[in-house]
Design a protein around this ligand. Structure first.
Ligand code: SR1
Length: 359
């Protein structure tokens, strides 16, 4: 065979091989971090299907938690994975051992909800050392490789407090409901301290709060006692740093007929919206993100880590201020709130091109 013919045949073979490869070409996805741009090839073979995901929660109290779990589950199932929820019932050492349990079981991903670094840093490191991807929400973990999401608690607190201060025109008596020991709560309290300095005409007359299995109900009883102690004219507003607190306070105020007191809250759920929209509800304003979207973002970051995409160490989801006055007369849900609160529900966080095809 002549050299020309051999060269021609080789060219044809290489061209055909090129065509075959082209059909199997992986999808390319590019993620950009502050430091570098990374391109990752995701093909049908490397698409992260059937992942085992452990969701380790410090506690699961109220509608914020249940809508957050729904978001996590919905996003994992959309990718074809499976979620197992571990509820540590507010016991940090139990939470730490759940992280170890998930690691021993060899899950692909551990999602952490609340908790503190002093209890979780070491078990989380053991998970990372085994190659498990970890994404956390609402805690102070700093292990390298972990993405920690929060709701920008400083902004959450300030937005609600600023609305309160403006409605009171800078003067009045308030009751504050707060519980310490949780990262988001500590951050909100930092802003609360600054708020008291910024508005010296606003006085705190009472402060209470605890996280129990019946937080809303316990808050309601405590608020009832406070209303008896401070008769009409002695309280102008309540600042409730958790929706479970706002629910309890609102119910107590409404039942006591103290319609001079307005509630300024943090968080939102379908149940909260219903409560805010009730006739004569004291709950006027809340600052919030969508808890289901927090869960979905957390899952998407975990899957990005699994395929080797670049992910940030921190991500603060922007909160919105929801004033009852912008809501219509008919019931509104979290899904249609975007019609009344511009920007609500439009998060584009942590999406990769390949996810759009699996969603
Ligand atoms: C006791 S911590 C409760 C808070 O966790 C989430 O950050 C919610 O916003 C809730 O207010």
């Amino acid at each position: 065979m002549s050299k020309k013919i051999i060269f021609f045949l080789l060219t044809v073979i290489l061209a055909l091989a090129g065509c075959t490869n082209e059909q199997a070409q992986p999808k390319t996805t590019t993620t950009t971090s502050k430091t570098e741009t990374k391109t990752v090839n995701v093909s049908n073979e490397t698409l992260p299907k059937d992942l085992e995901v452990a969701l380790v929660m410090q506690m699961s109290i109220g509608t914020f938690s249940s809508q957050y779990i729904e978001g996590v589950t919905e996003q994992v199932e959309a990718f074809g994975g499976n979620v197992k929820v571990y509820n540590a019932e507010n016991d940090l050492s139990k939470m730490a051992s759940y992280v170890d349990t998930a690691t021993t079981q060899g899950v692909d991903v551990i999602l952490i909800d609340h908790g503190r670094a002093d209890a979780l840093k070491e078990p989380v490191q053991r998970a990372l050392d085994k190659g498990i991807k970890v994404v956390a929400f609402d805690n102070d973990l700093t292990n390298e490789g972990v993405t920690v999401i929060d709701q920008d608690d400083y902004s959450l607190a300030w937005r609600s407090l600023k609305a309160l201060a403006e409605d009171l025109d800078g003067e009045g008596n308030i009751v504050t409901i707060w519980v310490g020991g949780f990262t988001p709560m500590e951050r909100r309290h930092t802003i609360y301290d600054a708020f008291l300095k910024r508005y010296p005409g606003i006085q705190e007359v009472a402060k209470f709060g605890s996280a129990t299995n019946n937080t809303a109900l316990d808050t309601q009883s405590q608020m009832e006692a406070i209303l008896k102690k401070y008769p009409e004219g002695e309280i102008d507003a309540v600042f409730a740093m958790w929706d479970e607190f706002a629910k309890g306070a609102s119910r107590a105020i409404k039942q006591a007929g103290r319609d001079e007191i307005a509630v300024y809250g943090i968080d939102l759920s379908d149940e909260d919206l219903q409560l805010m929209q009730e006739e004569g509800s004291p709950w006027k304003v809340t600052a919030a993100t969508d808890p289901a979207e927090i869960g979905r973002i957390q899952v998407r970051y975990a899957y990005q880590k699994v395929v080797g995409e670049e992910t940030p160490s921190i991500h603060s989801v922007d909160p919105y201020l929801v004033d009852r006055d912008v809501l219509p007369n008919e019931p509104v849900t979290m899904d249609d709130l975007g019609q009344y609160v511009p920007g609500w529900g439009e998060s584009n966080a942590a999406w990769s091109d390949w996810m759009k095809e699996t969603d």
